[in-house]
Design a protein around this ligand. Structure first.
Ligand SMILES: *[C@@H]1O[C@H](CO)[C@@H](O)[C@H](O)[C@H]1NC(C)=O
Ligand SMILES: *[C@@H]1O[C@H](CO)[C@@H](O)[C@H](O)[C@H]1NC(C)=O
Ligand SMILES: *[C@@H]1O[C@H](CO)[C@@H](O)[C@H](O)[C@H]1NC(C)=O
Ligand SMILES: *[C@@H]1O[C@H](CO)[C@@H](O)[C@H](O)[C@H]1NC(C)=O
Length: 497
């Protein structure tokens, strides 16, 4: 039975023996107290059905029952040993003698009044519950009833993936932040991108003419020489389905930094979007990225320092406290982050769509900065640790729509196998997850739908000089696809210019 469990505690037992004299006194006092307590507080072991005299017949150095935790304080029972020491005085103890509570604690024989449920080697007293990963089990009169929901962390799935990382291409990990959470909870609160509205889905991609021979086999926007230090880090949406706001602002702020040559490297405020862009959006239950982009075009957002993100901890969306028409100065937002004394909120031009062609996406990233992509998230992605992700068939039950930021691409070769091409993608689940917050996902196969709906945007550079009345020099910046742009952006799909 559970003899070996005990053996590993031998060290503690020796120490316990040392304080036995002191403990003996505690027992005497303890016994007086115990009858006042209810039997339900104690564990009854695995022998509830073997009534009889065990501890009652023991005659050791300390009498019938032992203080402390003593290895030889035991009695034979069906070919093994049961124990009569103080160690038994706690819940869910598998190997104590059936009459321990009766004899040592002076409580009525528990098997008469109390029943025990057992699951996976764990005893659960009647009237109490125990949670296995994300499922709570309640024992009522010896009958166990358990929730039976899919958990975010699936130990069996992890075993399968890690047992064959070559064929899956990635490895899985047991994240403590996901342990105990239900899959349904993760699929809502860790994602949160509603499908773009039909009108946007029909939006034509812009026409790009990538120069194929200039596309490298490996690219990471963070390390492009001219962009060093300008690409934003990985953020954490917490337990709030706000990826729509995070991916949108991640792309917006990267492109603002790149277009301003690093003059405006600032974290934009997802809370502002969550709290103020409410129309047609569902806050922590998800939002449409096309609506988010329209908000950025028409209204703009403040910087993170000005409206800090709290919904990840609370799961709730606080009131909007940035009045429309407010400006950075009156809101006292500029502070540390903004390089210039900015008045206007951070805004963008209309977002535009990139075709699903690999080369188009690559060309857009290497020319103008990271892009936004929608993906369908399966439960297995939550366990991703490293490698090139491709959805497995082990978790097909349910998917959720999510959005992310693609930073680059590359190829990975396993031994003599085919190199696997991947996108390098920033998630918004913090840096503990995946490869320091990033993941790599199979490229060129529309894996998880990542090549379906890719968006980019031009940041609107702030015209400081003119506002400051210093000569009216406008900062201009052009993109290669200027002429076509308006026919392919949300600007045009929503209203005529
Ligand atoms: C048994 O445990 C209870 C609760 O932890 C405690 O109050 C009591 O004193 C203990 N009894 C003995 C005999 O150690
Ligand atoms: C996963 O982690 C939880 C708690 O963090 C632990 O109880 C469980 O045994 C772990 N499972 C595996 C397979 O490592
Ligand atoms: C960035 O700031 C520098 C120094 O203030 C200025 O010379 C340059 O024109 C700015 N670049 C852009 C794109 O605003
Ligand atoms: C890519 O995958 C998504 C979702 O899995 C699907 O809706 C879409 O039609 C696919 N696109 C192409 C071009 O196959």
């Amino acid at each position: 039975m559970t003899r070996s469990k005990r053996g590993s505690e031998e060290g503690r037992r020796l120490w316990c023996a040392g304080v036995a004299a002191w403990a003996a006194w505690v027992v005497v006092v303890g016994v007086a107290v115990v009858p006042a307590l209810t039997a339900g507080q104690y564990g009854y072991g695995t022998y509830p059905d073997l009534p009889g005299s065990y501890c009652r017949l023991r005659h050791g150095r300390y009498g019938t029952c032992c203080p402390g935790r003593l290895d030889d304080c035991s009695m034979p029972i069906i070919g093994t040993l049961c124990y009569c020491d103080q160690f038994c005085n706690r819940t869910s103890n598998p190997d104590c003698c059936p009459d321990y509570w009766d004899v040592c604690l002076g409580l009525g024989p528990p098997s008469i009044t109390q029943k025990v449920c057992n699951k996976d080697g764990i005893d659960i007293l009647s009237g109490t519950s125990y949670t296995f990963n994300c499922n709570k089990c309640l024992c009522v009169n010896g009958r166990l009833s358990c929730e039976d929901d899919l958990c975010l962390v699936d130990e069996e799935l992890m075993r399968q993936v890690n047992g064959n990382p070559r064929s899956y291409g990635w490895t899985a990990s047991n994240y403590s932040m996901f342990w105990g959470r239900k899959a349904s909870e993760g699929l809502v609160m860790k994602t949160g991108t509603l499908n773009p509205e039909a009108l946007s889905m029909r939006m034509y991609p812009i026409l790009l003419q990538p120069e194929l021979d200039r596309i490298p086999s490996q690219f990471d926007a963070r390390y492009k020489r001219e962009w060093r230090g300008q690409i934003s880090g990985v953020r954490d949406q917490g337990w709030c389905g706000a990826s729509w706001a995070f991916s949108t602002l991640g792309v917006a702020q990267d492109r603002l930094a790149v277009a301003s040559q690093g003059n405006e490297s600032v974290d934009l405020s997802p809370q502002h979007l969550l709290s103020c862009d409410r129309r047609g959006q569902s806050g922590c239950k998800g939002g449409h990225v096309d609506r988010a982009w329209q908000y950025l075009r028409k209204v703009g957002v403040v910087n993170e320092g000005c409206f800090k993100y709290v919904s990840g901890n609370t799961g709730k969306v606080p009131e909007c406290r940035i009045p429309r028409g407010g400006n950075m100065l009156t809101l006292r937002c500029a502070a540390d982050e903004a390089v210039y004394k900015r008045r206007g909120l951070y805004r963008t031009e209309p977002a535009y769509r990139i075709s699903g062609k690999e080369e188009d996406i690559q060309w857009e990233i290497m020319t103008n900065g990271p892009v936004q992509a929608m993906i369908k998230v399966q439960r297995d992605l939550f366990m991703y640790r490293r490698g090139v992700y491709a959805g497995t068939s082990l978790a097909p039950e349910q998917t959720a729509s999510h959005s992310v930021r693609i930073l680059g691409w590359g190829e990975e070769t396993y031994g003599a196998g085919q190199p696997s091409k991947y996108w390098l993608v920033a998630n918004s689940w913090g840096t503990e997850w995946g490869e320091e917050g990033l993941f790599r996902i199979r490229r060129g196969y529309n894996e998880s739908g990542i090549e379906t709906f890719v968006l980019a945007v031009r940041a609107r550079l702030y015209d400081y000089d003119r506002r400051a009345g210093a000569g009216g020099r406008r900062i201009r910046h052009t993109l290669r696809h200027d002429k076509k742009e308006h026919h392919h952006s949300f600007y045009h799909t929503k209203r005529s210019h």
